[in-house]
Design a protein around this ligand. Structure first.
Ligand SMILES: Cc1cc2nc3c(=O)[nH]c(=O)nc-3n(C[C@H](O)[C@H](O)[C@H](O)COP(=O)(O)OP(=O)(O)OC[C@H]3O[C@@H](n4cnc5c(N)ncnc54)[C@H](O)[C@@H]3O)c2cc1C
Length: 500
């Protein structure tokens, strides 16, 4: 059987005049190249050309600011299809990029101006080991498939919170999720990994491998991961509860003072408690300004402990919402199921401007809120924006030595990021959004009194650099650079937050 190809008749008629599509280092010939590659791929592999619905669907991204441009989509049906595609791309000197659920929004992706998209959608599945201690998760599996498959077997693993995002995308940058307080980051759970390296070889790596340290935090830089074997756990706490308290922005100072005192507690937030907050327009609650929503989530209970919620009730919320259920309900309660807004690909630009914090500087929170409100309230073009503050518990993350992986920020307690959402309307608007996002980030940065900005690589804007993504210590930078030089000397994996 040959590679299944979807090609638009109209597009084919146009391009067949010249028989080839220009690429940065070489030419993709629809006849010769396609024939050569298709002979190497399995019968389940597919390929999509521009102009088809399938190409469009495989190319849609969550953020449309500085997107990668590709000329062909290859959808591997097997691990070996990834190997053959990488080898073929290398032979023809064509750029290539792994696409998973395409929620990656870093602007460095825009440096890919042509080449092959390796769309991992068909490599999906979760296989639980007989001893019930690990599961092997295929390279293109979405988080929802992982959480639901494991839950059905009475198991769970650390995954990202959002159902539609891939399992592996977040994991390669460390990966934050509900269970990190118990077990550590997503990347901390890796037992082994199948990965196609820059030279086109498929290898199985584990903690004895030289590259292992780098894959947990800077993993995007080293290969296409075809599967990961992760630790999994028996479900111990079936119950979960949440309280969502919505406040007027005028309470910003007292709210973050209370978050510091009663939840964050200088980095000792209890393992069973997660605290997020959102700043968002909600005209039905406050027609004039964005509201502040405080979300307090607790594991192992049917109602959030009042010692955590009472200080917030005392601040007189506009409304309070409570829910009780199980682990699988969390995505619904916080609005990140596959059908919720944050999962949709609407054509919007979605730049984020992340900075990690140890604690909230109350004055900085107030200044940032006021600037945010001034710019997103009412009919502002940015009125769909959202400021997120993710305060996961940290015990499991801190149980590992800070030097144990390329993820550099185990001492940081809160992940904050304004998400400036708007529909595309030219470079001037892009610059305005960037100026706003960076100003907001700078306000929180100033409040920390630190000299550099620790930025989560998976939320990064792209205007940061390797020191912000991977830690400013020189030993981290030189270790990463020397691994990059050895394993990817030509920089084939350098579209997503490149090391150098
Ligand atoms: C709605 C939403 C919710 C989110 N929730 C969380 C969360 O709970 N926790 C968290 O930590 N982060 C979260 N993020 C951030 C997320 O980690 C990044 O957006 C990440 O890049 C998404 O990966 P992806 O596979 O969806 O995107 P893609 O754009 O497909 O992938 C991003 C990059 O990852 C690399 N990549 C992906 N798959 C592979 C692979 N198999 N092998 C090698 N490289 C690969 C490629 O370089 C690719 O360019 C969220 C983002 C969004 C938009």
């Amino acid at each position: 059987m040959r590679l299944q190809v979807v090609t638009a008749v109209a597009a084919w008629a146009v391009t067949s005049v010249c028989q080839s599509v220009p690429m940065s280092r070489n030419l993709w010939s629809r006849d010769a190249d396609f024939k050569e590659l298709s002979e190497k791929l399995s019968s389940s592999a597919k390929a999509y050309y521009p102009g088809t619905d399938e190409f469009k669907a495989a190319n849609e991204r969550w953020s449309n600011l500085d997107v990668p441009t590709v000329n062909i989509v290859v959808v591997p049906g097997t691990e070996n299809d990834v190997v053959e595609t990488v080898k073929f791309a290398n032979k023809k000197q064509l750029p290539f990029l792994a696409y998973n659920s395409a929620h990656g929004a870093i602007r460095t992706l825009g440096k890919m101006t042509s080449g092959i998209e390796i769309y991992l959608d068909q490599l999906s599945g979760v296989k639980i080991a007989e001893d019930g201690k690990t599961a092997t998760i295929s390279g293109g599996t979405k988080s929802k498939v992982v959480t639901h498959t494991l839950w059905d077997a009475g198991k769970q693993a650390v995954t990202g919170a959002c159902e539609c995002v891939s399992y592996i995308g977040p994991a390669l940058g460390g990966g934050h999720g509900w269970l990190q307080g118990r077990h550590g980051l997503i990347g901390d759970q890796f037992e082994s990994m199948n990965i196609v390296l820059a030279n086109g070889t498929l290898v199985t790596l584990d903690s004895s491998s030289e590259l292992w340290w780098a894959l947990n935090g800077a993993g995007h830089n080293f290969g296409v991961v075809t599967s990961i074997t992760s630790k999994i756990f028996d479900v111990e706490h079936k119950d979960w509860a949440i309280e969502i308290l919505t406040f007027s922005g005028s309470k910003v100072e007292s709210l973050y003072d209370s978050v510091n005192k009663y939840l964050l507690k200088n980095g000792t937030q209890p393992t069973d408690v997660i605290n997020w907050s959102y700043w968002v327009n909600m005209p039905e609650a406050d027609p004039s300004n964005p509201v502040i929503q405080i979300l307090i989530i607790q594991e192992g209970v049917t109602a959030v402990d009042s010692s955590y919620t009472a200080p917030f009730h005392a601040l007189k919320p506009i409304s309070t919402e409570t829910h009780t259920g199980g682990y699988l309900d969390l995505a619904k309660w916080v609005g990140v199921t596959t059908t919720d807004g944050p999962c949709q690909k609407t054509g919007a630009m979605n730049p984020r401007f992340p900075i990690y914090l140890e604690t909230y500087d109350v004055a900085a929170q107030k200044e940032a809120y006021e600037l945010f409100a001034e710019n997103i309230r009412g009919d502002s073009i940015f009125n769909g924006s959202l400021y997120t503050f993710d305060g996961y518990s940290m015990e499991g993350v801190r149980s590992l030595d800070d030097k144990s992986s390329a993820f550099a920020y185990r001492e940081q307690n809160v992940l904050t990021a304004p998400l400036i959402t708007y529909m595309p309307d030219g470079p001037e608007l892009d610059a305005k959004a960037a100026a706003l996002g960076n100003k907001l980030r700078q306000i929180l940065h100033k409040g920390t009194g630190r000299s550099y900005i620790p930025a989560y690589v998976n939320y990064a804007n792209g205007d940061e650099g390797p020191e912000e993504w991977y830690g400013s210590e020189s030993w981290r930078q030189s270790r990463l650079q020397s691994l990059k030089k050895k394993y990817d000397p030509s920089g084939l994996f350098s579209f997503y937050a490149p090391i150098a």
